[in-house]
Design a protein around this ligand. Structure first.
Ligand SMILES: [Zn+2]
Length: 314
């Protein structure tokens, strides 16, 4: 039995854990993500790996941003990272063990596939609804990352050509409607235009500085009209995207995760399923839309699975 380390590098925190070959998470450590560039980030990862109570046989890393053969370019949530960096090569040299690197959304889906709500699926789409909207794919029983590591960018599928502005610089992406950051901007604009809403009172009441998932949850519970409208637009955009993926790839399961999905739970899965149904070309009773199970651990579990596969493949 070999224990592998899973590393989840996010914009706020870096989390590292030991994961055994049953995908169970053991000793774990966490530190704030440095903002002064790749050297500092890699140093913290190496330090956290050194703090684990057992030396892992390999390391898997989930990184925000496109990853191609271990090289990470332009991670949107990591600061001072202007050039592509060979994270796999540099980390492997620093810690003297095999290192595999994947995109965080893809790696999270991998985690749900090996140990969570995606278990047993052969054609899986994972959708992460958080600040942004991410995704990942397993096709014919293998994780699928595309020709240059760009597959699974579910949030940037276009649902309205020329539509709402997305953070990626394009228009009409799913994330422009279904990402929490964009939903917040839309709510601010509507409120500034005089649309009545309790969203910002709930935010202040909860002592938050953003419209977090729990703020949306409460506003929706209270039937706040603006929250309901923006949430329905988000569901519609995500559902159209899911239906399009089904029509192209005939996936058998869709796992919905991320902060918003966790907060809204089964309601969200049902609403997305209902909104997707009219757009699906070939319906199947076997196809399911389910909620993710591993929460924040999906990234570390998936990263460890990636590291384990790299180790086994040599
Ligand atoms: Zn976009």
């Amino acid at each position: 039995m070999a224990t592998v380390a899973g590393v989840d590098i996010g914009g706020t925190n870096i989390s590292v854990a030991l994961v055994d070959d049953e995908h169970q998470v053991g000793d774990r450590h966490k530190r704030s993500t440095p903002t002064d560039g790749p050297d500092a980030v890699l140093e913290v990862v190496a330090e956290l790996l050194g703090e684990l109570d057992e030396e892992p046989a390999a390391v898997g890393v989930g990184m925000p941003g496109p990853v191609d053969d271990g090289v990470v370019s332009h991670p949107p949530n990591l600061q001072n990272w202007p050039e592509p960096v060979d994270v796999g090569g540099r980390l492997s040299e620093a810690v003297a063990m095999p290192v595999a690197v994947g995109n965080d959304a893809n790696v999270g889906v991998l985690g749900e596939w090996v140990a969570g709500a995606g278990r047993g699926s052969k054609f899986l789409l994972g959708v992460w609804m958080g600040t942004g909207v991410g995704g990942g794919l397993v096709l014919d029983g293998r994780p699928y990352t595309g020709s240059v590591g760009g597959a699974g960018e579910f949030g940037h599928m276009i649902v309205h050509a020329g539509g709402a502005q997305c953070g990626c610089g394009r228009r009409g992406c799913i994330e422009a409607y279904g990402g929490r950051a964009n939903m917040e901007r839309a709510a601010e604009r509507a409120a500034a235009g005089g649309f009545p809403t309790t969203l910002f009172e709930i935010r202040d009441d909860k002592g938050k500085d953003r419209l977090t998932s729990s703020v949306w949850d409460r506003a929706l519970d209270q039937g706040d009209k603006l929250a309901v409208r923006l949430f329905n637009e988000a569901v519609e955009a995500v559902a159209i995207g899911i239906a399009s993926v089904i029509n192209l790839l005939d996936v058998d399961r869709i796992v919905l995760g991320g902060g918003l999905a966790e907060k809204l739970g089964d309601d969200l899965a049902e609403q997305v399923e209902e909104a997707a149904r009219p757009h699906v070309f070939l319906p199947s009773a076997k196809r399911q839309i389910v909620l993710a199970e591993l929460e924040d651990d999906a990234g570390m579990v998936g990263a460890a699975a990636l590291g384990r596969a790299a180790m086994l493949l040599g």
